[in-house]
Design a protein around this ligand. Sequence first.
Ligand SMILES: NC(=O)c1ccc[n+]([C@@H]2O[C@H](COP(=O)([O-])OP(=O)(O)OC[C@H]3O[C@@H](n4cnc5c(N)ncnc54)[C@H](OP(=O)(O)O)[C@@H]3O)[C@@H](O)[C@H]2O)c1
Length: 251
Amino acid sequence: MKSVFITGGTTGIGAELAKHYVEKGWKVGVCGRDKQKFEESFTHQRESISFYAVDVANRDELKNAIKEFSGLIGLDLLIANAGIGYKFKTKVPDFEFSYKMVHVNLLGVMYAFEAALDVMIPRSKGQLVAVASIAGYNGLPGVSAYSATKSAVQKYCESLHLDLRQFNINVTTINPGFVDTPLTQSNHHPMPFLMDAPKAAKLIARAIEKKKMTYHFPFLFAGVVRFIGILPRTWYRFLFSLKMFNYSKEK
Ligand SMILES: NC(=O)c1ccc[n+]([C@@H]2O[C@H](COP(=O)([O-])OP(=O)(O)OC[C@H]3O[C@@H](n4cnc5c(N)ncnc54)[C@H](OP(=O)(O)O)[C@@H]3O)[C@@H](O)[C@H]2O)c1
């Protein structure tokens, strides 16, 4: 039986991925801070999933959870998905929340990978996946630390993809566009090509199965975002001075 541990599996993309792997007959473990959210998301398959009430910013707690879950059968797949984003986009960053974002979105991925590698390297097999974002391709206005953490995760995974091949361990970075989850439900701005979470999870699972190094979606939107990233900086600055592309409030 194959096994997967998903961080941030209580709602949204993580929960849909957990459902996908349960349906495929995998042993599934998820973590999150809120057990109630887990119970609300999994009315049917709850017994098939091991839940760990763990904050990914706590290295020891996460390590223990992943070690306990892996037990005797090991760990085939680790998906570092837990993440947080700004509720409001402001010109002056909310520094307290930005620091928290670094702990969760960046260190949380590193802690999860570290714990998974303790299990995978001795067995010379496994796959590490991080859910970054297309917001990591550019420094976007109003979401400085979100863009920064996601960009850091992209580069971190790119390096590890090269380093870990010698241990037969694959590393995949997933960069979603807008997905309809609690994370985006508080957004008041347009969200082009918004996708529902079950569909996003299916696309992500397929990319994982194909052991892609990087996967971004929706294809067209991701292409536009990446093109914007290679524009001359004066054009880039002009584009984001336009109200229709800059959602940060005055403050
Ligand atoms: N939705 C989008 O449009 C979109 C686009 C690009 C990338 N992403 C990325 O996709 C990932 C999943 O996001 P989502 O959209 O599915 O949002 P979501 O529904 O809010 O899910 C976030 C998950 O992360 C968990 N989490 C948050 N902080 C945590 C912490 N400190 N420790 C442990 N678990 C924590 C949450 O569980 P608890 O609250 O129970 O802790 C929840 O299960 C995130 O990394 C996000 O940045 C999302």
